[in-house]
Design a protein around this ligand. Structure first.
Ligand SMILES: C[S@@+](CC[C@H](N)C(=O)[O-])C[C@H]1O[C@@H](n2cnc3c(N)ncnc32)[C@H](O)[C@@H]1O
Length: 376
């Protein structure tokens, strides 16, 4: 029998401890045990069992996911801790769950996945309800409905028939006024060069990171915006109202769907999916406002909660350290990004708890992790 948790290398453990101190409960708590069976930890790094980037990527993408969850439910004016029932569908081994349980009562959180091992791991590890799913959407019966159903990176893997079937089934499982948020890979990402079917749907059975699901059931899927709009209309018999958030989750677009009209979602401040990092004692990257005309005013680097480096956003000049990029680096769908390169007063390690904090014009504030793997 395999060990329940990946035995982290010393550098991976430092990364895990950094996330626990800075991006967990607020009291230094974050469950950092990752199942040895978790494909999301392994797929991007051949040397995943020692490489600290594998650990950084895993915990950082969990932080990015919980932001998307909070923004999705915020788009109907509600908060996670007010909800009676949330389902994280296709939840894997709990990359997101470990963040969710610090934001809501775990007794109100359900997770579901087709892999029985992932459900056997998540239930006792996080104290949430777990449901083993199957291939047939019509047979998926959790025995209740949900205020929020979140689906990260499943529709980006489904074949054509299952795309429509799962959309319909999950829609049926929403409480009145509930929200279904799911991510897709849009052709505009240019992520994979796949030929398009005439209706804007493309499925490649050869590209999959989950070996235990047959390739004709789980591959890689790219869609057009028009395809998703039509699929939503079919699945909801024309009753679904939705908004699309370009790159609302990593390189994937997020669709937020409800039976009531919803405001265009305000996704707060966003990084570019690739994490901030430190080179030559500078923290650098880009940050975007997503509300209409919201611009980023200021970027700080914090060290153990205190300001270590700061810059006000200005128009570009030779010596500007935080500057508006105009449309030169425009992220599709976002407002104009601000680029920054802030010099730190001394070299740093993970134990310095370095984070980036950005401030938007209309009050949005967000704190982001900083990857120090090279120097830490
Ligand atoms: C790309 S992974 C994403 C996992 C998780 N949402 C995350 O972001 O860490 C896709 C997940 O979908 C699950 N899956 C595939 N087919 C499914 C089905 N029919 N029902 C439930 N889960 C399914 C896989 O087992 C896998 O864990």
């Amino acid at each position: 029998m395999s060990l329940p948790y990946i035995p982290f290398s010393p550098s991976q453990q430092r990364v895990a401890n950094y996330f626990a101190r800075n991006f967990g409960s607020g009291n230094g708590e974050l469950h950092t045990g990752v199942s040895t069976d978790c494909q999301m930890f392994r797929y991007a790094f051949p040397d995943w069992n020692t490489n600290p980037h594998a650990a950084f990527n895993y915990f950082n993408t969990g932080v990015q996911q919980v932001h998307a969850v909070e923004m999705a439910i915020g788009s109907v004016g509600r908060r996670l801790d007010e909800l009676d029932s949330v389902l994280d569908f296709a939840s894997g081994f709990g990359r997101l769950t470990r963040q969710m349980i610090h934001r809501m009562d775990p007794a109100k959180l359900w997770v579901s996945d087709i892999q029985p091992e992932s459900m056997a791991f998540q239930g006792p590890t996080f104290g949430v309800h777990s449901i083993v799913s199957g291939l047939e959407p019509s047979e998926f019966d959790p025995g209740r409905k949900f205020d929020l159903i979140f689906v990260a990176s499943l529709f980006s893997h489904l074949p054509r028939n299952r795309f429509d079937q799962w959309l319909r089934r999950l829609w049926e499982l929403l409480e009145p006024g509930g929200v279904l948020a799911f991510s897709v890979l849009d052709r505009s990402t240019g992520w994979m060069r796949l030929p398009y079917e005439a209706d804007g749907f493309s499925f490649n059975p050869e590209i999959s990171e989950i070996d235990c699901i047959e390739n004709h059931e789980y591959g890689s899927t790219i869609v057009t915006e028009q395809f998703v709009a039509e699929a939503i209309a079919r699945a909801t018999d024309g009753r679904g109202h939705f908004e699309m958030v370009p790159r609302g989750l990593w390189h994937q677009d997020v669709y937020v769907l409800s039976d009531h009209p919803i405001e265009p979602p305000n996704w707060g401040l966003m990084d570019s999916y690739f994490p901030y990092s430190v080179t030559n004692q500078h923290v650098f990257g880009t940050v975007y406002g997503t509300k209409v005309r919201e611009i980023v005013l200021k970027v700080e680097v914090l060290c153990k909660g205190s300001v270590f480096a700061v810059g006000e956003a200005q128009t570009w000049s030779e010596d500007a350290v935080v500057f508006h990029c105009g449309d030169r680096f425009l992220g599709p769908g976002w407002g104009h990004p601000v680029a920054f390169s802030l010099r730190l007063p001394r070299p740093v390690t993970y134990e310095d708890d370095i984070v980036v904090k950005a401030y938007g014009q209309w009050g949005a504030v967000r704190t982001f992790p900083v990857n120090l793997c090279e120097v830490g």
